[in-house]
Design a protein around this ligand. Structure first.
Ligand code: ADP
Ligand code: MG
Length: 817
């Protein structure tokens, strides 16, 4: 090998440009020269040249001690020598840095048909994946090659734009292509690390890799590297700290100098290793995925082909292709999802005989007339939507959304009444016993205004004068005695009970209906899709109305409840007040208590919500008991305080709620069970402990517990030490009253899983699609509808691959909705 003068020449030229200040190399020229010369001398082959080289005394140059003039002279002499040496040796150093070629991904290797291997083979068939590595991948849910192909990076670093070293900006993620001048092992904070000085034609920069001393040996002087990472400042100079790096060779870059994928990692998976592996897998296998989208659809929507989309999602050539890859893959997810939910709706509506319920106008009119208020326009509109659904030969399948207090219960009651008027039974299902009881009493109260109470037994009221026969309303909850329960169940089976209200106890096997015509599910987010489907299987083909006070962003509604039609009560009854909401600092606790005392003195009541404790209901109950005791002994000894938690029996809860409602209690200390639906018009204060730990929708629900009467109401939020997200949430809830807006914010802050409190069964695993992809979702839905119109059961040959994919993605589709 002959002398490679290039690195030294560049440095000296730079030194010259910078005015001989010994600033061309970090650490000074002397150190660099010592290093460089030591290596360079080995490569000089002629004696003459070696003599001249030695005369330059590069190994102990003492450049630092020279005057500026001396430096200039010396530098020029070395440069002269180098020029001569290069000519003489016939060795031409690389004249300039070439830009990083943005080489397109090579078309993956031709399919090498391997017997017994498919994209559904376990990942261990991939060369380089040992069984221990496979175990680590399995932890991430990656078992087959297909899983690997769909194991997408969570983001990409944009290292595609090369910068000259002189233009690096501190704090930015930058990419350079540079030559290694020198690399050595050093100690940094006691850790064995690598330090390198690298340079291009515009300057040089220090690079350190912490905890990685071995790298030094791999970075011989003049190795060409792409380095990508954040530029920091150390002692006034730029430095890359543990950047991504890659040798510039004649192949596609993976780790630097491009859009670099960052994969979700688990213990024992290193990012460079995963990236290298993924590149090989994608190159070899992506082309073996079958594109299941009908080509007409793909062309119409200008979607990338599947193999290209997969490959570009991992190693995109540029931003545009990265985006298009995401769009294609997100479309797939949403499209398959829509096919799944719409397929369920189709099966559900076609497979079953219907129970048309006609509107009995006189009964309806009498009921509406009897109400102490006028329905709002929104209530009227929604009621009309429901009634027209009920008359149809297919069962209704509708989601009714409406803010807390928007009056959904009245509307549902009218619909239940119509079912009864058509000699069908109606079921009203609530998420908790307290709420079931409350619905029971609300509905009885409403009916007592139009009918005469004929018969009153435990958990059963019967009204006459309304229908041609008495209308019997019953409450069925888990907690009533076995014998009474059996009795009620028998009467439901006999068709003697017209409207039954209950919890999920209603969908248990032993409850059989005589002729169930309409099932109303309130506050549906506590019900999984499986419960919904169990309810539908009751009786011959009930119409189903799902109600929620949690405003569900449209995307989620179409995703999770795509099988349902949507109605919204988007208007509150007139005169509803704005609930004054305040986030209090911990030191304002005493004044919060004082405020409660004043409100109670004025005859009002207050809720105090205990902190959310995730461990278990038992622990939560214990915490609530402790808080209850503290408050009643130390803070409000003179007030009447009640306690409500999930571990109490329904009878106990009911007793406490009744006491609170009737005004025998001033304050109700409760676990978050009180969240949904409870209606106490005289309560004006809601104090939420650890408010930062609740989601926005949940806080909004709490807040909705007050402000139900005439008096100005207040919501006070206490937070000990809120995180950044917690503070963001508290800020929002203080200022936003609109439930839909809060729901959107909630979704943004917490994601869909947490949005519903618990992860829903049936919530699809969306990797590429985001719930903010409204337009794409609408598109997927309209394409799914269009496809079903053409080929309802996906039987045409061109739809076979799609049918297969659908069966693969949603094998459990049979249990859906
Ligand atoms: P939601 O279930 O939607 O939270 P509810 O049906 O419990 O709301 O209604 C909340 C309160 O508002 C109830 O006391 C109900 O009687 C009352 N209400 C319902 N509709 C109206 C209306 N149109 N005008 C005035 N008050 C109404
Ligand atoms: Mg309600």
């Amino acid at each position: 090998m002959s002398l490679n003068a290039e690195p030294l020449r560049k440095i000296l030229e730079l030194e010259c440009k910078k005015g001989y200040l010994d600033s061309a190399v970090i650490g000074g020229l002397d150190r660099f020269l010592r290093n460089w010369a030591g290596q360079a001398v080995e490569s000089i082959t002629t004696t003459q040249l070696r003599n001249r080289f030695n005369k330059l005394r590069l190994v102990n140059s003492n450049y630092a001690s020279l005057t500026k003039e001396q430096r200039k002279e010396w530098v020029n002499s070395v440069l002269d020598f180098l020029a001569e040496a290069e000519r003489g040796e016939g060795e031409k150093g690389e004249a300039r840095l070439t830009p990083i070629a943005s080489r397109p991904s090579p078309r993956p290797r031709a399919n090498r048909p391997v017997v017994n291997q498919s994209i559904d083979s376990p990942i261990t068939v991939v060369r380089g994946i040992s069984s221990s590595l496979a175990t680590r991948f399995n932890k991430l849910g990656v078992k087959t090659i297909r899983d690997l192909l769909y194991f997408f990076p969570h983001r990409h670093l944009d290292y595609s734009q090369r910068k000259p070293i002189s233009q690096l900006t501190e704090g930015n993620e930058e990419t350079i292509v540079a030559n290694v001048w020198q690399a050595q092992e050093i100690r940094l904070g006691g850790r064995r690390s690598t330090e390198a000085i690298v340079g291009d034609e515009t300057g040089n920069v220090r690079v350190v890799w912490f905890n990685n001393p071995y790298l030094a040996k791999n970075l011989a002087t003049n190795t060409r590297l792409v380095i990508s990472g954040r530029v920091s400042l150390f002692k006034g100079r730029h430095v890359f700290e543990s950047p991504e790096w890659e040798r510039v060779e004649d192949k596609e870059l993976i780790h630097a100098g491009r859009l670099v994928p960052l994969y979700p990692l688990t213990q024992g998976l290193r990012s460079r290793q995963v990236r290298k592996l993924m590149k090989e897998v994608v190159d070899q296998w992506a082309w073996q995925t079958a594109d299941f989208l009908p080509s007409g659809l793909r062309e119409r929507q200008k979607l990338l082909e599947l193999p290209q989309a997969i490959s570009q999602a991992h190693f995109p050539e540029d931003e545009d292709l990265k985006t298009r890859a995401r769009v294609r893959l997100a479309f797939d997810e949403l499209f398959l999802l829509q096919l799944g939910v719409l397929g369920k709706k189709r099966d559900w509506q076609e497979g079953q005989p219907s129970s048309p319920i006609s509107t009995k106008t006189p009964v309806l009119e009498a009921f509406l007339q009897s109400l102490p208020f006028e329905l709002t326009q929104a209530q009227h509109r929604v009621l009309k939507e429901l009634l027209s659904d009920l008359e149809k030969p297919q069962p209704m399948s509708r989601l009714l959304q409406g803010e807390v207090g928007s009056g959904k219960t009245v509307v549902a009651t009218a619909a239940l009444l119509m079912a009864a008027a058509n000699d069908y039974q109606g079921a009203f299902m609530a998420p908790t016993e307290i709420l079931a009881e409350q619905h029971f009493s609300t509905i009885c109260q409403l009916l007592s205004r139009v009918g005469q109470l004929e018969e009153k037994e435990d958990y059963l009221h019967s009204y006459s004068g309304l229908l041609s026969r008495p209308l019997t309303v019953a409450l069925l909850i888990g907690d009533i005695t076995q014998s009474r329960k059996r009795e009620l169940q028998q009467r439901i089976l006999d068709g003697d009970i017209g409207i039954v209200i209950g919890t999920h106890a209603l969908i248990q096997k032993e409850v059989e209906f005589h002729r169930l015509g309409l099932a109303v599910v309130d506050e549906q987010h506590r019900f999984g899709v499986t419960q919904r489907s169990a309810l539908r299987q009751k009786g011959s083909s009930p119409h189903v109305l799902v109600m929620t006070a949690t405003p569900i962003p449209r995307t989620l509604a179409l995703t999770l409840y795509g099988d349902l039609d949507l109605s919204v009560i988007d208007q509150l009854p007139p005169g509803r007040q704005v609930i004054k909401t305040k986030w209090l600092k911990p030191e304002q606790r005493a004044s919060a208590y004082a405020f409660i005392k004043r409100q109670v003195a004025e005859g009002r009541q207050a809720f105090i919500i205990c902190p959310l404790i995730e461990e278990s209901e038992a622990i939560q109950a214990r915490a609530a008991i402790a808080e209850y005791e503290r408050l009643s002994q130390e803070v409000f000894p003179e007030l009447r305080i009640g306690l409500l938690h999930g571990r109490m029996s329904a009878a106990e809860k009911d007793r406490v709620m009744r006491h609170f409602r009737s005004g025998e209690l001033d304050i109700l200390v409760a676990t978050p069970v009180v969240e949904v639906g409870i209606d106490i018009p005289n309560a004006t204060v809601m104090l939420v402990e650890s408010a930062d730990r609740f989601g926005l929708s949940q806080l909004h629900q709490f807040r909705g517990r007050v402000g139900r009467g005439q008096e100005q109401s207040y919501c006070m939020l206490l937070a000990q030490n809120p995180s950044e997200v917690g503070r963001a949430r508290l800020d929002i809830i203080e200022n936003v009253q609109d439930g839909f807006q809060l729901a959107e914010e909630d979704l943004k802050l917490r994601g869909p899983g947490e949005f519903f409190g618990t992860r829903q069964s049936g919530l699809p695993d969306l990797r590429m699609a985001k719930l903010s992809d409204v337009a794409l979702l609408e598109l997927a839905r309209s394409e799914a509808i269009r496809l079903f119109e053409k080929d309802k059961n996906l039987e045409k040959p061109e739809h076979k691959p799609l049918a297969k994919e659908l069966a693969r993605v949603w094998p459990e589709a049979g249990e859906w909705s």
